[in-house]
Ligand binder design. Structure first.
Ligand SMILES: Nc1nc2c(c(=O)[nH]1)N[C@H]1C(S)=C(S)[C@@H](COP(=O)(O)O)O[C@H]1N2
Ligand SMILES: [Mo]
Length: 316
């Protein structure tokens, strides 16, 4: 369990996101002053992204870049929270392409660079809640998934969207070995109305720069009202389908992880309560500073209507 209080304070931790402009200038300035900043482990070269602001951002102060990039879940690089930061630098993210296929009029294989040129990138600071009980506030850069789906023209028969992560054991050590923890590829899914909801984005960056590998480079899903595991990383395929698609954690433990996985303080995980959460990076160690978890992770006003009439205990 990393304890951020032992690290020196990084410039990212003392700079509010609104005036957080060019991290490299800040770091160079700090180096010139003889102050050695705490850089995240093995961070691949990040590139600044051109963004616009979004009315969907929360105004809560974001978690530090250091914490966002050093406390991760990405089982392709190991099961420990510190494994992705230590190991994900082995992943080659250029060139990268995404296949969008299935029940669409215009199936496509899209090069990432071309896709980014066609999309307006937004700063979207979201609350994020992991099913294990911790939370962060992450200043994502991304675009609505709906904008991409529009381009491929889903057919009337498409009811769900299925997502797939890269399989490349040479670069993803967690995919090799004798006891695979999950069936690869990691897969996820959303109902079509969830996928086209304006809060659902594909993220390609955070803190104004390209995504660090450990956070799902070069492109990952972000659905802020659902538990973190729905946010599938390093996506290579998006398919429009008629039936509810399989999802990795549901395959692994169907009694513990459902297809919907909406954040819900009233429905406990079979092995622990979901009523509270531990914001990462606020000091105080493992048991301090737990705060109440909100229905739909605080996004109920925008998304509760998607589930009107559904039994959220049965559809967990
Ligand atoms: N391909 C893939 N995507 C994944 C995971 C994973 O192991 N593999 N872990 C999930 C889990 S459990 C969480 S909480 C989030 C963590 O995202 P972050 O490390 O950017 O905070 O990624 C999700 N996406
Ligand atoms: Mo998670």
């Amino acid at each position: 369990m990393p304890n951020s209080s032992y690290r020196p304070i990084a410039p990212s931790e003392i700079t509010p996101s609104k005036i957080y402009f060019n991290r490299r200038d800040v770091l160079l300035g700090a180096a010139a002053m003889g102050f050695a900043p705490a850089l995240p482990n093995r961070r691949a070269a990040a590139a600044p992204l051109k963004t616009v602001s979004s009315k969907f951002s929360t105004s809560i102060n974001p978690t530090s870049l250091q914490d966002i990039t050093s406390y991760n879940n990405f089982y392709e690089f190991g099961v420990g929270k510190e494994d992705p930061a230590a190991n994900a630098h082995t992943l080659t993210t250029k060139p990268w392409s995404i296949t969008v296929d299935g029940l669409v009029a215009k199936p496509q294989e899209l090069g990432l660079e071309d896709l980014l040129k066609a999309m307006t990138l937004e700063d979207r600071t979201y609350r994020m809640r992991c099913v294990e009980g911790w939370s962060m506030v992450i200043p994502w850069v991304g675009f609505p998934l709906a904008d991409l789906l529009k381009r491929v023209e889903p057919m009337g028969s498409a009811k769900y969207v299925a997502f797939e992560t890269l399989v490349r054991p040479e670069e993803m050590p967690g995919q090799g070995g004798y006891f695979p923890v999950l069936d690869w590829p990691y897969v996820e899914g959303l109902r079509l109305d969830e996928a086209t909801h304006p809060l659902t984005i594909l993220a390609v960056g955070l803190y104004g720069e390209t995504l660090p590998n450990q956070n799902g480079a070069p492109i990952r899903l972000v659905v802020p009202w659902k538990y973190g595991f729905k946010g599938i990383k390093s996506i290579v395929r998006i398919s429009l389908v008629e039936e509810q698609p399989p999802t990795s954690w549901n395959i692994q433990a169907p009694g513990e992880y459902g297809f919907y996985s909406n954040v819900n303080p009233e429905v406990d995980h079979p092995r622990w309560s979901q009523a509270t959460e531990r914001p990462i990076g606020e000091g105080g160690g493992l048991f301090a500073n737990r705060v109440p978890t909100l229905p739909f992770n605080g996004y109920a006003d925008q998304v509760a209507g998607l589930y009107a009439g559904m039994d959220l205990r049965a559809n967990f």
